[in-house]
Design a protein around this ligand. Structure first.
Ligand code: GLN
Ligand code: ZN
Length: 754
């Protein structure tokens, strides 16, 4: 039961850890390279935590999450905590090296698999468990971080990943049902709670984001058992079960029936459903996530405050919080001095969100008068954003209104195939690549020199043209049938387009951890999207001028651009997707007019945006497919549209792939041994398909015979007339010698099968 003397009013669910200037990334990579020892790495980490905890405390949060720091990933940390690292790394005696071996592998051992953390662009490491895994508690990290925070005078709330989420996210290596292992885990959690209480923790946060997914009755019963039992423990901190990334739905009453003291609900991603249900929970602390932890917009007090007051007036004890961990937004707006001031005033990054939370909590608990000035600034910014004309470009809206919602190619696919073949004269089993070629040292040097002003734009362009010429010559020499320009001019497949489109802004230091030491800097879509000029035509036509073979125009699709950006929260994502689609459509039409016969529109993120709840998935797939078709249906039937999808387990999206109606789809398939082709067939897919015949994630060069075997396997599922031959994905991260050798074998294999 909630003790009225032990509550709090303002918090966040977690903090970023890579460092405001990516200090942890640099130190970790220095450690890997042998330039920094373990003590040095620990010292950098400790300094980052100390500075952050002090800052968060000074911002005015009266409960501060600790333990969301990680050297790599919080799920891996949980596997360490529970003694659940895979057997193969246990021989490594050094603790830190064992940890990093599990994360990234080494010469002897393969790493854990990595996958998307719910619907974010963060990736976690997938624990490998079985019926035999022997769990054991290793509480050193949470205890040390708690002690460190308490010594700083921080009202620390240790955060741990909960048992349900841990088991739901793990991979069962023996096919056993992992939830059956809950009885073996609960004693360890009980032990840990006791230790945390003894060390001075008043609250503990147990993260259970899996509770926002569809759970069966059995799973809900397991949730109930777990938290009823943990709540029964006598010497323990108050328990806050934190959900995020969606609505709790049926899991909320289940948690409410247990003796835990607090529940965190995501009122941004989850909408209002949980607010309504939470009204009756008056014996717990409801931690209301009203400040978006997953996006960068300034909170609208007139949206957040009424919901908070509604709960409070219903008799609920309320704390104000971020909707999820601040891991998913950049640290601070402070370095963003180049952002246009008006746009900047609409934004809140991590530090600014702390201030928003304290502002809302004060308004809620002490009345709006107490923070009238702050609320005024927030309201003015929100109004200013609404009124900005760039958010409403009538010409774009009129054009979209005039286009059919379900844009379709003129002729059906089989008629298009004939027209395209007349134009392209491709051999059976055409060979091609996915787009990028190795990002060489030369390319990186040129980009750095351009940034520093060492070379001008003309010199940079000349160097990129030289790269293109080299890649085209290499492909001709290898004997590929459909060439690419190699994408040397693109820093990133989304940012490159965002930089050229109106309605997008880029940040200077807006880094967000994607996994381990890898960070991304997502662009911000703030307004209606307009393509002021052609974006790729010059590069592609230059490449085409060097060869008689067809060169593919290479574009990123609307869903992927959306998925890898911070998106508008003032209109449905579907509307933004359609605007981006229109810009891409215009580019395809311009490429076609410039004589390009094949255009590839990449959608590697199609699967990623799939909603967590089944009930929301069909609507998403419908607008995602529509956006893709809008972007690709402006061209003539004789122009061949390709797409590239970047994952082999399609699951729920398999049906949507046929809906894309791309003439040719290249997909990752090597690791799943072409199984994806059967899934495509089962879904009625009958278009051109290029299942990747080798895995580009590894430096290994596949032999000709191995590729022939893959193709033979593919031919069992797909007639030769529809089959393309290509690697799994872009070649950007590989070395030129590996690529050359692999592609020679690929061409040889295709020729021998013809
Ligand atoms: N065309 C891109 C490339 O080849 C596709 C990248 C991707 O699938 N993520 O790099
Ligand atoms: Zn790919």
């Amino acid at each position: 039961m909630l003790n009225p003397d032990n509550t709090f009013t303002a918090t966040v669910l977690g903090l970023p850890r890579i460092g405001p200037n990516r200090e942890l990334k640099r130190a970790t990579e220095a450690y890997w390279a042998g330039r920094l020892d373990a003590a040095g790495l620990h010292e950098v980490a400790r300094e980052l935590r100390t500075a952050q905890l002090t800052q968060v405390r000074d911002a005015g949060l009266d409960s501060v999450p600790v333990g969301t720091f990680s050297y790599y990933d919080q799920v891996l940390d949980t596997a360490v905590l529970l003694g659940a690292l895979p057997e193969r790394v246990l021989g490594i005696s050094d603790e830190l090296d064992r940890y990093f071996a599990a994360a990234r592998g080494n010469a002897e051992v393969a790493p854990l698999e990595m996958t998307k953390w719910f619907d974010t662009n963060y990736h976690y490491l997938v624990p490998e468990l079985s019926a035999e895994t022997e769990f054991s508690l290793h509480p050193e990290k949470p205890l040390a971080e708690l002690e460190e925070a308490l010594a700083l005078g921080v009202p620390a709330r240790p955060v741990i990943v909960g048992p349900i989420t841990f088991l739901e996210l793990a991979k069962s290596v023996d096919g056993s049902n992992l939830l059956d292992r809950l009885p073996d885990l609960l004693p360890l959690y009980e032990q840990l709670l006791g230790l945390l209480a003894a060390a001075g923790a008043k609250w503990v946060q147990i993260d259970e984001p899996s509770l926002v997914t569809d759970l069966s009755e059995t799973e809900l019963a397991v949730v109930h058992t777990a938290y009823r039992r943990l709540a029964e423990l006598s010497a323990r901190p108050a328990i806050l079960v934190a959900s995020y990334f969606g609505r709790l739905g049926a899991a909320l009453p289940v948690l409410a029936e247990t003796g835990i003291e607090g529940i965190a609900v995501d009122l941004v991603a989850g909408g209002d459903a949980d607010v309504v249900a939470a009204r009756s929970i008056t014996d717990k602390l409801i931690v209301a996530g009203v400040v978006d932890g997953h996006n960068i917009w300034r909170v609208d007090p007139d949206h957040a405050l009424p919901r908070l007051t509604d709960l409070r007036n219903a008799g609920v004890t309320v704390a104000v919080s971020s909707s999820c961990s601040l891991l998913h937004v950049p640290y601070s707006l402070k370095p963003e001095t180049d952002l246009e001031p008006r746009l900047r005033s609409w934004l809140a990054f991590g530090n600014e969100k702390l201030a928003e939370i304290v502002l809302l909590a004060t308004a809620l608990h002490r009345g709006e008068e107490a923070v009238a000035g702050g609320l005024d600034i927030a309201r003015t910014a929100v109004l200013d954003r609404k009124a900005d004309r760039r958010l409403h470009v009538q010409a774009v809206r009129d054009r979209l209104a005039g286009l059919d919602a379900d844009a379709i190619r003129r002729a059906p696919a089989d008629e298009r195939r004939v027209l395209q073949q007349e134009r392209l004269h491709l051999p059976l089993l055409p060979t091609t690549t996915i787009g990028s070629y190795p990002q060489t040292g030369r390319i990186r040097v040129a980009r750095a020199e351009l940034r520093k002003g060492g070379i001008d734009r003309a010199e940079y362009d000349a160097r990129m043209r030289a790269e293109i010429a080299e890649v085209v010559a290499l492909q001709e020499e290898i004997g590929l049938d459909v060439l690419v320009h190699g994408e040397p001019e693109r820093n990133d497949m989304v940012q490159y387009f965002a930089e050229q489109l109106d309605g997008f802004a880029a940040t200077a230091n807006g880094w967000v951890q994607s996994y381990g030491t890898r960070c991304v800097r997502p662009p911000i879509v703030y307004g209606d999207v307009v393509r002021p000029a052609v974006m790729t035509v010059e590069w592609i036509t230059y490449a085409q001028s060097l060869t008689a073979k067809p060169v593919k125009g290479m574009l990123t699709g609307p869903v992927t651009i959306l998925a890898w950006s911070f998106i508008r929260d003032d209109q449905p994502p579907a509307d933004t997707a359609r605007q981006i689609a229109l810009a891409i459509r215009d580019e395809t039409v311009d490429l076609e007019a410039a004589g390009i016969g094949i255009i590839q529109v990449d959608e590697p993120a199609l699967r990623e945006l799939l909603p967590l709840r089944k009930a929301d998935q069909a609507a998403y797939l419908e607008w995602a497919v529509d956006a893709f078709r809008l972007s690709t249906s402006g061209v003539a039937d004789a122009t061949q549209i390709h797409t590239h999808l970047c994952y082999s387990e399609f699951g729920e999206v398999i049906g949507a792939i046929a809906g894309l109606d791309a003439d040719v789809t290249s997909i990752e398939a090597a690791r799943s041994h072409m199984e994806v082709l059967d899934d495509l067939n089962a879904a009625g897919f009958d278009l051109g398909v290029g299942p990747g015949v080798y895995d580009i994630h590894s430096p290994r060069v596949p032999g000709t015979e191995e590729i022939e075997n893959s193709l033979a396997l593919a031919l069992k599922a797909v007639p030769a007339e529809r089959l393309w031959v290509n690697p799994d994905c872009g070649l950007k991260t590989r070395r030129t010698d590996e690529v050359t050798a692999s592609l020679r074998n690929l061409v040889a294999a295709a020729r021998s099968l013809r």
